[in-house]
Design a protein around this ligand. Structure first.
Ligand SMILES: Cc1cc2nc3c(=O)[nH]c(=O)nc-3n(C[C@H](O)[C@H](O)[C@H](O)COP(=O)(O)OP(=O)(O)OC[C@H]3O[C@@H](n4cnc5c(N)ncnc54)[C@H](O)[C@@H]3O)c2cc1C
Length: 229
């Protein structure tokens, strides 16, 4: 969702964590691009509480937005983005190679999905350039790209799933206010992300977790990622 940004607002892109919610504000110049992180599958419950209750939850986390939450006029102003962490068991078919999120969807956690996608592309270029030039690409060349990139992708996805289940899920499970630094997951996140506390909500910087905010089988492996609205 987006809300207008006023000159007296904080400059910094950031996130607010409290009362079982995470609220992320991205500075887009004249507006805030916002994400309110909820449990996957929790959207209907949020809607059933009503728009006024949703606006009030935003204000409780980010009081400086009190004068513009009314810009959220109806639920059409709020889009549900369901975050997935999953991967193909095989990234290729004859004539086709999937890389980046097409092969392994990454969550926002850590802000590293783009890096992985670019690294896949570099590996694909290095492995496929000569065979492509000589018109002799085989499926084993395509399989070589997947082999080259599997370990880093698995490691990063495991970290993302670990952060989700050890930090974010507990935060979303508790609707209690965060009261003391060092005694809850919030301060852990704050340290992890290089953030600071602000007001009644813990505020996390965007430096380390650009979108901190918000679900495995034979074909794909899934984390219990949160959904973001
Ligand atoms: C909410 C959220 C926040 C994130 N934040 C970060 C972050 O801060 N930093 C970070 O590194 N990663 C972040 N990620 C992960 C990151 O977005 C992905 O890992 C990364 O974008 C993958 O890059 P990609 O090029 O493989 O796919 P994409 O970036 O998804 O690019 C695919 C492109 O293909 C286009 N496309 C799709 N279908 C077609 C079609 N039929 N024809 C033509 N074009 C098509 C799409 O429009 C899109 O432009 C975030 C993910 C989410 C869900």
């Amino acid at each position: 969702m987006r809300m207008s940004r006023h000159p007296q607002d904080p400059e910094q892109t950031g996130g607010f964590v409290n009362y079982g919610h995470m609220f992320v504000t991205l500075n887009r110049g004249d507006y805030w691009q916002c994400a309110f992180v909820i449990r996957k599958g929790g959207y209907d419950e949020v809607r059933s509480r009503g728009l006024d209750a949703f606006r009030a939850e935003i204000v409780r986390l980010a009081p400086y937005l009190a004068d513009r939450v009314q810009e959220l006029k109806d639920w059409d102003d709020i889009k549900l983005l369901t975050v997935e962490v999953d991967r193909l068991t095989r990234w290729w078919r004859p004539g086709l190679l999937c890389i980046g999120d097409a092969a392994h969807a990454m969550s926002p956690i850590g802000g590293v999905g783009v890096n992985l996608a670019v690294q896949d592309a570099v590996a694909a270029a290095n492995i496929l350039a000569a065979p492509l030039r000589e018109g002799r690409v085989t499926t084993s060349d395509l399989a070589a790209v997947q082999r080259r990139r599997t370990l880093p992708m698995k490691v990063i996805q495991a970290i993302q799933i670990g952060v989700q289940s050890r930090l974010i899920d507990p935060l979303l499970d508790s609707d209690k206010p965060i009261t003391a630094p060092g005694r809850c997951g919030c301060s852990t996140i704050s340290r992890f992300c290089g953030g600071s506390r602000r007001g009644s909500s813990a505020s996390v910087s965007a430096r380390a977790c650009a979108h901190s905010g918000a679900a495995a089988g034979a074909i794909v492996k899934r984390s219990r990622a949160a959904a973001t609205i």
